[in-house]
Design a protein around this ligand. Structure first.
Ligand SMILES: [Fe+2]
Length: 115
């Protein structure tokens, strides 16, 4: 088994939404900085209880030469913090962004956005 065998994406989605949605806002942050926004449950909120929640999100950037950079990881306190995070990133350095999200019941989910 390889790690790719346990990652789930849009094809595995059921009623609850787990796939991390990635949005890029060039110059949309304070003082005109670039923002990469990652959210789980954008359209259908995921449960956020101690028993069932999104525990963390990780964001990776793929540089134009193919190098993968881990840009950030955010852990959430269930019931207090929603899985919705903005990273301040030099977007022009990257050709794609990929995110992982982890649900304590339903596993690890992936998504990528090519620019
Ligand atoms: Fe879940």
């Amino acid at each position: 088994m390889q790690f790719e065998d346990v990652l789930k994406g849009a094809k595995s989605e059921g009623k609850e939404k787990h796939v991390p949605v990635i949005e890029v806002g060039k110059g949309k942050g304070e003082a005109g900085v670039d923002i990469v926004h990652v959210v789980v449950g954008k359209e259908v909120p995921h449960p956020n209880t101690v028993e069932h929640h999104i525990d963390w999100i990780e964001l990776f950037g793929v540089k134009k030469d193919g190098q993968v950079i881990e840009l950030g990881r955010t852990a959430f306190a269930p019931s207090y913090a929603n899985p919705n995070v903005r990273y301040q990133v030099l977007v022009a350095e990257f050709k794609a962004f990929c995110a992982l999200s982890y649900c304590n019941i339903h596993g690890v989910w992936e998504n990528c956005l090519e620019l």
